[in-house]
Design a protein around this ligand. Structure first.
Ligand code: NDP
Length: 450
């Protein structure tokens, strides 16, 4: 269809050199073909062209002083992509790889993810090329304060509510929040992922990982299967990976891998969660330390496989949970997974599979849950945190977890029924993209040209 082709070409011409963003846009738009053919009104209202263009992109300089008294400069970003369904919502990523393309791809994905939750939240994302690794607490605090000194004027509890992502956890959210309060003299829910002492929600820390496992549970239940006694591969060793591993154990599965930017741990007896939490949440240490403390495990440094292959995906297992970063699972990894017997892939990270790898999973008809559906539990629970903040309540963990489980079941249902409606019952990528798009597109049409 020319409409899709023309929109993608226009995007390349007007937003040059944004490969991750094109990848995300192409995946969504290609899935929309059958919907656009049967519903010309989306074309008549120029919805696709409007949707790929952020409502607002804010880029700013972040100046801060390091421990040696030197002035350091980083780039700051906030992309407010789409507010058709509610205030912009999406995390902040602090990582040296951050650039405009990565923030735009994440913000674009967030639009559809947030729509799938059924909650009133629009899509946004932000971050910086700041590298928290190796920085002192004081440096992290001064960077966060400098970042918020610009960001504060663009956010608000009914306007834009950022959260964490790679490199932004409870510590960074605390420093960011403190600076917002200092500048504005207001105590309000402008960030989620806050500490439990001052406005955070029980269950938010665990929500993305738990949600990815609940999504896998739903995919498997539809095939009359479950996770009990299943051997699982998990990548990453951060927030999402840790709570994916925790929930897998709670459901009787055995997670045997995790990874960080240095390499992979394979522990055939099952990843020791206590050690992993201590190393990554407390000591902020590399996974080499895990191997030193667990003689039965193997550490495989990054870069051992040809074709961009990754060790974590070369181990025999039943299910896989990519929870590190974008494009961490290539076509050769995907082939290795299905060859080794993996029949369920639930993405905790955003766009962790390359386009070729995702197409391989779809063609193989395995249970494949794309990130925008499978990892939506994090943002959904962030919205539950916003609801608690605005009503000045604190809900119990049981209540939050019950809501999370219901939301993940609904997301799965909505992806599965939409996939069926378009005659591709196994294709939850198509189901997620069309179901999310339809909700946002209809709201945009109802709200007129804006
Ligand atoms: P963390 O910063 O807590 O952990 C990220 C993990 O991935 C770390 O183990 C890190 O290794 C590893 N990693 C990061 N970049 C790379 C890279 N380029 N190559 C190899 N490994 C890498 O982040 P989160 O767990 O919060 O986020 C993980 C993924 O989940 C991201 O894609 C994020 O967008 C997505 N996500 C997160 C949500 C949340 O609520 N936190 C919500 C929805 C999605 P190292 O320790 O060496 O840095």
């Amino acid at each position: 269809m020319d409409y899709i082709h023309d929109t993608l070409s226009g995007l390349r011409a007007t937003s040059p050199a944004q490969s991750e963003f094109y990848q995300a846009a192409e995946e969504v738009l290609e899935c929309l073909r059958p919907l656009l053919q049967s519903n010309p009104r989306y074309h008549e209202h120029s919805i696709i062209e409007r949707m790929v263009e952020p409502e607002r992109q804010i880029m700013f300089r972040v100046c801060w002083v390091d421990d040696h008294g030197r002035v350091q400069i980083n780039k700051g970003y906030r992309v407010q992509f789409n507010s058709a369904l509610g205030p912009y919502k999406g995390g902040l990523r602090f990582h040296p790889s951050v650039n405009a393309s990565i923030i735009k791809f994440l913000g674009f994905e967030q639009i559809f993810k947030n729509a799938l939750t059924g909650l009133p939240i629009g899509g946004g994302k932000g971050g910086s090329n700041f590298d928290p690794k190796g920085k002192s607490d004081g440096e992290i605090m001064r960077f966060c304060q400098a970042f918020m000194t610009e960001l504060y004027r663009h956010i608000g509890p009914t306007r834009d509510v950022p959260a964490g992502d790679i490199g932004v956890g409870a510590r960074e959210i605390g420093y960011l929040y403190g600076q917002y309060k200092r500048i504005t003299a207001r105590y309000e829910g402008i960030l989620t992922g806050k500490s439990l002492n001052w406005g955070g929600s029980l269950g938010r820390k665990e929500a993305t990982g738990y949600g990815a496992v609940y999504f896998a549970q739903n995919m498997l239940a539809a095939r009359k299967e479950d996770l009990r006694s299943k051997t699982c591969l998990v990548s990453g060793a951060g927030n999402v990976a840790i709570y994916t591993i925790e929930k897998l154990y709670q459901l009787g599965a055995k997670p045997i891998t995790c990874s960080d930017s240095g390499g992979t741990i394979h522990d055939p007896r099952g990843i020791n969660l206590e050690t992993l939490k201590r190393l990554k949440e407390v000591e902020r240490a590399p996974l080499t330390k895990y191997a030193e403390q667990h003689a039965e495990s193997t550490y495989i440094p990054k870069g051992d496989y040809p074709d961009d292959g990754h060790a974590v995906w070369r181990v025999k297992a039943d299910a896989a949970f990519p929870c590190a970063t974008q494009n961490e699972l290539t076509l050769s990894d995907a082939k290795a997974l299905t060859h080794n017997g993996v029949y369920c892939v639930s993405e905790g990270a955003n766009m962790p599979s390359t386009a070729d790898a995702a197409n391989h999973f779809i063609a193989s008809k395995i249970a494949y849950g794309p990130g925008k559906a499978a990892n939506a539990g994090g943002v959904a629970t962030s919205q539950l945190e916003m609801a608690q903040n605005s009503s000045m309540e604190q809900w119990s963990l049981e209540k939050v977890d019950a809501k999370l489980q219901a939301i993940m079941a609904n997301i799965h249902q909505s992806c599965a029924t939409t996939a069926e409606e378009f005659n591709e019952p196994h294709n939850l990528v198509l189901g997620a993209n069309i179901a999310g798009f339809r909700k946002v597109a209809d709201a945009m049409i109802e709200q007129g040209v804006c």
